[in-house]
Write a protein that binds this ligand. Structure first.
Ligand SMILES: Cc1ncc(COP(=O)(O)O)c(C=O)c1O
Length: 357
C-alpha cells in the first residue's frame, strides 16, 4: 500500500485544461480558445527577446527591477509595491498560499476564473462559489457567503469567461462590507481592453485599503503569454509577504526584456484595443445575423450559445477553428471565442453560417 499521500485538498483538484492549440491533422488552426492577442506582441518586444538569445546562460535579475520601474512609470504607481510573477497564475497561487490554509474559505463568483478554486484546493482551503445573476458577479451574493472561516475573495474584473464586470462603485461597496481580515484580490487580466468609464482596474482600492491586491498580466493585450509574466500591485506589507515566498528568479530574463519593450510601445496596445472593440461589435452583430446567440463583454472574448455546444465545437474544429468548451465553468451550452483578426473572424462566421443552416 502506498502510504505517501499529498496534503488534503490536492486530490480534489481537476487539473486545469487550457484551450486547444493544435489540430490532429497537423494543419494550421485558427486559435480562438485562449484569449490571446491574435496579432502577437509588439515587434519591439520580439526584437528585445531575440537580442537576449546570447545571454541564456545568465540568471535573470531576481527583482524584475526594470519591469517594475516601467510599470510604475506607465501607471503612476510605487514600484516597491509591485511584485512580478510567472504569469498572474503564479501570483494567484502565491496569494492563496500566503493567506489561505486548511479549513479557510475562499469566495469566488460562480462562473469565475477556474484557477481560483484550483489554487484554493492546493493549499487545503475550501472554495465557495457565490451565485451570479445573468452571468454577472453579484456583490450581495458574494457577501452572503462570508463566514468566520472566510480569508479571501477572488474576483476577476472583467470576468473570464462571462466578459461582465462590476463598476467601480460596486467594487468599493464590496470592499467596505467585507471584514478587514479578508483579502480582496481583483484580477484585472483584461483591464487594458475595457473602454467604459465606470471601470476601475483596482489601483484606487489598493491605494486606499490595506487588504486589496490587484493582479495584471502580459499574456493578454501585450501578447506575451508564452513568456509567463504577470504583476501584482499591493499594499507594502503584502508585497513584502509575496517577496518572501516567491522563487528568487521566478520571472525569466527573456520575459523581462520583452515586457519592458512592450510597455514602451503603448501605440501598439492602443491599436489592439481599438481592433478588439470594433471587431467585437461587428462579430456580435454578424453572429446574430447567422442565428447564433452571443454575449459580448469588456474583454477580448465572447460567449456563443448552442443547443449542443459540444457538437458545435466539434464542427468548428473540423473547419480548423478552435474555441473553448465551457463545461468546466458550469456553462455547458456555451462556447467561448477569442476575438481574433478580421480574416479569422470571417472564417468563423462562414463556418457558423453553414453550421446553423
Ligand atoms: C481572469 C484571468 N486571470 C488570470 C489569467 C492568467 O493569466 P496569466 O497568463 O498571466 O497567468 C487568465 C488567463 O486566461 C484569466 O483569464
Amino acid at each position: 500500500m502506498n502510504t505517501l499521500v499529498p496534503r488534503p485538498g490536492i486530490l480534489e483538484i481537476s487539473p486545469y485544461v487550457g484551450g486547444e492549440s493544435k489540430l490532429a491533422s497537423g494543419r494550421r488552426a485558427i486559435r480562438l480558445a485562449a484569449n490571446e492577442n491574435p496579432f502577437g506582441p509588439s515587434p519591439k518586444a520580439i526584437e528585445a527577446y531575440s537580442a537576449l538569445a546570447k545571454e541564456l546562460h545568465r540568471y535573470p535579475e531576481g527583482g524584475c527591477l526594470a519591469v517594475r520601474r516601467s510599470i510604475a512609470r506607465l501607471h503612476g504607481l510605487d514600484m516597491e509595491r509591485i511584485v512580478c510573477g510567472a504569469g498572474s497564475d503564479e501570483l494567484i497561487a502565491l496569494l492563496m498560499r500566503a493567506y489561505c490554509g486548511p479549513d479557510h474559505e475562499m469566495i469566488y463568483s460562480q462562473h469565475g476564473f477556474l484557477m481560483y478554486p484550483i489554487s484554493a484546493h492546493a493549499v487545503g482551503a475550501v472554495p465557495v462559489a457565490a451565485p451570479e445573476r445573468n452571468m454577472r458577479t453579484d456583490v450581495d451574493a458574494l457577501l452572503d457567503q462570508v463566514t468566520d472561516q472566510t480569508k479571501a475573495v477572488f474576483l476577476a474584473n472583467p470576468n473570464n469567461p462571462t466578459g461582465s464586470y462590476i463598476a467601480v462603485s460596486d467594487l468599493f461597496r464590496l470592499r467596505r462590507r467585507l471584514r478587514e481580515d479578508i483579502l480582496l484580490v481583483i484580477d484585472a487580466a483584461y483591464a487594458e481592453y475595457v473602454t467604459t468609464n465606470d471601470y476601475e482596474p483596482g489601483v484606487k482600492l489598493v491605494d486606499m485599503f490595506p487588504n486589496v491586491v490587484m493582479t495584471r498580466t502580459f499574456s493578454k493585450i501585450y501578447g506575451l503569454a508564452a513568456l509567463r509574466l504577470g504583476w501584482a500591485y499591493c499594499p507594502q506589507p503584502i508585497a513584502d509577504v509575496l517577496n518572501r515566498i516567491r522563487g528568487p528568479f521566478n520571472v525569466s530574463a527573456p520575459a523581462q526584456v520583452a515586457a519592458v519593450a512592450a510597455l514602451e510601445d503603448q501605440e501598439y496596445v492602443r491599436a489592439a484595443r481599438v481592433h478588439n472593440s470594433r471587431c467585437m461589435a461587428w462579430f456580435l452583430q454578424q453572429a446574430a445575423e447567422v442565428g447564433v446567440a452571443t454575449k459580448g463583454g469588456a474583454g477580448n472574448f465572447a460567449l456563443m450559445q448552442f443547443d449542443d455546444a459540444a457538437k458545435a465545437a466539434e464542427y468548428l474544429k473540423q473547419q480548423g477553428i478552435l474555441v473553448r468548451r465551457m463545461d468546466a465553468y458550469g456553462l455547458p451550452h456555451h462556447l467561448r471565442v477569442t476575438i481574433g483578426t478580421e480574416p479569422e473572424m470571417r472564417e468563423l462566421l462562414e463556418a457558423l453560417r453553414t453550421y446553423m443552416s
